[in-house]
Design a binder for this molecule. Structure first.
Ligand SMILES: O=C(O)CCC(=O)C(=O)O
Ligand SMILES: [Fe+2]
Length: 275
């Protein structure tokens, strides 16, 4: 089955060097902050310290621009898959899901519940090998169904409040719960370091618990066709240009001049060219 039919696809990164570099970087920082014999896989920590540590590691991961650089290294692949004009998320999340901790999981959802567009792609990059018991799950074919196909109940999280540390790490303060019956349709997607999982933001995905023995470390990086009809006005700094066709480059220069090109390209993500 194809990406179009399933809504997701596993691929081998054409160039995985930066993923291994990020993995080593994270593990080095983790050892400094815990004990020298902690590995990403064996990592365990009590809640309060864990959240502080995840915030600090996210900051370092973003400061080093690992997310956009990992995508950039696979540019021929993404151009072929999505087109010549692409945007990449500037500051993706670093996820850490400890074994047996439901509070580390954001549950089953479609990102379209929360303002994401089906024109956006999530590229999940694992920093550890992920067995099926620890894996993110996806509901095949769900990306083709309209929003009404999956009714939800909006609740208020007891643990996550708006603007809190956990909110900044990608947890939801007002999650929309799906009916529990979908569990039996969810398919775990095991991954190796050096692979990536691509999925449509309209696909039902997520996890309730890491039922394995190894902590799941990953980052999900959004990539989208730069001129897709997506309203980015609520998140103007979310994406940055990844690549442009020669014609798009020339058109931007025609409208805005060479020196202003970079900033204008961001504007063009959500608006038609303006004189
Ligand atoms: O990795 C996870 O646990 C969640 C990822 C996710 O929800 C996403 O990429 O949209
Ligand atoms: Fe998601």
């Amino acid at each position: 089955m194809t990406f179009y039919e399933k809504g997701w696809m596993v691929f081998d990164l054409p160039d995985s060097r930066l993923v291994f570099e990020a993995r080593e970087f994270l593990e080095r920082e983790l050892k400094k902050k815990t004990t020298p014999n902690t590995s990403l896989e064996s990592y365990m920590c009590e809640d309060e310290k864990h959240t502080a540590l995840q915030i600090e590691l996210t900051r370092l991961y973003r400061e080093n621009r690992f997310g956009p650089r990992i995508i950039q290294a696979q540019l021929p692949f993404f151009r072929d898959f999505l087109g010549p004009d692409l945007s990449v998320q500037s500051n993706p999340y670093l996820r850490i899901t400890r074994p047996g901790k439901p509070q580390d999981n954001i549950g089953y959802h479609r990102d379209t519940f929360y303002g994401g567009s089906p024109y956006e792609l999530s590229v999940l990059i694992p920093f550890v090998d992920i067995e099926p018991e620890s894996a993110l799950k996806i509901l095949p074919g769900s990306h083709l169904a309209p929003q009404e196909a999956y009714p939800t109940e909006q609740v208020v999280s007891e643990e996550v409040t708006k603007g809190s540390a956990k909110h900044q790490l990608g947890f939801l303060y007002a999650p929309k719960l799906m009916r529990p019956g979908i569990e039996k349709e969810m398919v775990p997607i095991p991954l190796k370091v050096g692979q990536g999982l691509l999925f449509s933001l309209a696909a039902v995905h997520g996890s309730l618990i890491n039922g394995g023995k190894v902590a799941r470390w990953s980052s999900d990086i959004r990539v989208m066709p730069a001129f897709a009809p997506v309203d980015l006005s609520a998140r103007p700094d979310y994406y940055e240009p990844l690549c442009r066709s020669p014609l798009t480059q020339a058109a931007c220069e025609y409208f805005y001049g060479k020196e202003r090109r970079e900033s204008v390209e961001l504007e063009l993500c959500d608006a038609a060219p303006r004189k």
